[in-house]
Design a protein around this ligand. Structure first.
Ligand SMILES: Cc1ncc(COP(=O)(O)O)c(C=O)c1O
Length: 538
């Protein structure tokens, strides 16, 4: 069968291809103590809040499932209009709002309405990969303009002006952006729009992460900058409704009938049930919940970005919105002999069971060294919060040739203290105070990576040790202990310490084998354990 040139031009969305591998791995390890942590696909781990779910159920029960007008339910367009007013202080009449099947359909409609064969659309590199394919599907050409960390990976007015050519039709921007989570400075955005206006072009701006802005300096809609700006938005991200397939776009009044005509033919309308449900997104209870979740995303960012930087996966620009981290894995790849972010992502999946996304389809540098990590599943128990970055350390280590792993049998003792607590001792390890506290508090997974100024011991292949039974040598160091209450708990063992000879009151808690390695604290490169340390251990 002959496939159209248009279809042949469109590359796979590699994020989804990598996601297939992650799902396969997830099935394989689902029932182990290290299930896959998904940091790869850009969707919140929250689902629609209760009022939205109830509204969907009512719509189905009440038979409100017929087609809606192609532009969307009037009540929903009205609710979106009010939200722009209350949240962003911008007046957008409902007549300018077109409800669509996600931002994807909104982008498609906008491109089909405005781009002719041969038209060029300027966009930053890196950017959301599907955008260039929407342009291409409309027979246009995406012109990717390289950006740098200093530019917050966004275009400037000067760059737009310099790149504007005879065939340029306009710009397609995203703020905050996927994959960088960075926004365009509002003053610069105003200048860009001015340049585009002077050239008689169009400004398309994808604002689907605007609701998840973490910084007041950036959290303003481009719609404040003129009625000619076309803004794309969605219920997928801030409203946590990815699979419901609902979005919208705001267009100049004159464009509404054009999009209506296209939407009538191409889609008839967006999902009726999703539209009915989305009305409940704007109720005070739901909005309060969305704001709580936004705060949670910010808290995750504040934890995750420094943790990545500590690992040597540096994030050159602090994201001010969305839930992405665009991390540079160049140094890590070089140290580990990994070719690029593609291989790095697969190594992390294989060895650490952490699914991340390689930079490949976001950025078009031939040496594309970056990988996007999505910090979406970092809530949950305290201990789990710490898992993804530490798993990456394990991945980095296990993919390299490690000459100096130290294996040692461990015996762990405990005794009751007069104060009513429990004290742990090991034959050459002591329990790190914090780990012990976390154990008692969280009764969950825990692991410590320790470093001192020059380097530190870390657990290479941690050992699950059952109470009084030999160790498994395949996993993180989890000492599983039966507490006197009968509860089950995990202990983290870390920090090298001096030998303490057990005394008569000590009771043997667990024994097994631990494998330790040495990591340079600045480069994170595994290396030989310094002779004096090795000596001390023996
Ligand atoms: C920048 C950007 N635009 C558009 C989309 C598509 O969103 P939707 O689910 O609303 O179609 C995504 C999805 O990840 C995105 O990141």
């Amino acid at each position: 069968m002959r496939i159209s040139e248009r279809a042949e031009r469109i590359e796979p969305f590699w994020v989804m291809e990598v996601a297939k591998a992650a799902s396969q791995k997830a099935r394989e390890v689902a029932h182990t103590d290290r299930p896959v942590v998904f940091l790869n696909i850009g969707e919140p781990d929250f689902t629609a809040p209760p009022r939205v779910q109830q509204a969907a159920q009512s719509a189905i029960e009440n038979g409100q499932t017929q087609y809606t007008p192609a532009l969307g339910l009037d009540a929903l367009r009205q609710a979106i209009s009010q939200w722009y007013d209350s949240r962003f202080g911008v007046q957008v009449p409902a007549s300018r709002i077109v409800v669509t099947a996600g931002a994807s359909a909104a982008l498609q409609l906008a491109c089909l309405a405005l781009i002719d064969r041969g038209d060029e659309i300027l966009m930053p590199d890196p950017s959301y990969p599907c955008n260039r394919h929407f342009v291409s599907a409309a027979e246009g050409t995406a012109v990717l303009i390289p950006t740098t960390a200093e530019e917050r990976f966004q275009l400037s007015a000067a760059k737009v002006a310099a790149a504007w050519g005879a065939n340029t039709r306009g710009v397609l921007l995203a703020s905050p952006s996927n994959p960088t989570g960075t926004s365009i400075d509002p003053a610069e955005l105003a200048r860009i729009i001015e340049v585009v206006r002077e050239k008689g072009g169009i400004t398309l701006i994808d604002e689907i992460y605007l609701g998840l802005s973490h910084d007041d300096q950036f959290g303003q809609s481009a719609l404040t900058l003129g009625d000619d700006v076309i803004s794309i938005n969605s219920f997928s991200k801030y409203f946590n409704m990815t699979g419901w397939r609902l979005g919208w776009l705001v267009v100049p009044e004159t464009l509404t009938p054009v999009l209506e005509r296209l939407a009538q033919n191409l889609f008839i309308c967006a999902s009726t049930v999703a539209q009915q449900a989305a009305l409940a997104c704007f109720e005070p209870e739901s909005l309060a919940e969305y704001e709580r979740r936004r705060a949670e995303f910010k808290a995750r960012r504040d934890y995750f970005i420094p943790a990545l930087n500590d690992l040597g996966l540096s994030v050159p620009v602090q994201p001010d919105g969305a839930f992405y981290a665009w991390a540079d894995c160049t140094a890590a790849c070089q140290k580990l002999g990994i070719k690029d972010s593609w291989d790095f992502a697969f190594a992390a999946l294989e060895h650490a069971h952490v699914a991340i996304t390689p930079g490949r389809d976001f950025w078009h540098r031939p040496d594309c060294p970056l990988c996007a990590l999505f910090h979406r599943q970092l809530d949950g128990r305290i201990a789990n919060r710490h898992r993804p970055p530490q798993c990456l350390v394990a991945a980095m280590n296990s993919t390299s040739d490690h000459p100096s792993v130290f294996e040692h049998p461990i015996r762990i003792y405990w005794e009751d203290t007069d104060a009513g607590g429990i004290v742990f001792y090991a034959n050459y390890l002591k329990f790190f105070e914090r780990a012990r506290t976390e154990w008692l508090r969280a009764l969950g997974f825990g692991q410590q990576v320790l470093r001192d100024q020059s380097g530190g011991m870390f657990v290479v292949s941690e050992t699950a040790v059952k109470y009084h039974s030999p160790a498994r040598l395949d996993d993180t160091l989890i000492v599983t202990a039966e507490l006197q209450t009968g509860g089950k708990a995990s202990l983290s063992i870390a920090q090298c310490a001096y030998l303490r000879t057990p005394n008569q009151n000590d009771r043997l808690l667990a024994e097994g084998t631990i494998r330790l390695g040495w990591v340079d604290s600045t480069t994170l490169k595994p290396g030989r354990i310094p002779a004096p340390v090795l000596e001390a251990l023996k």
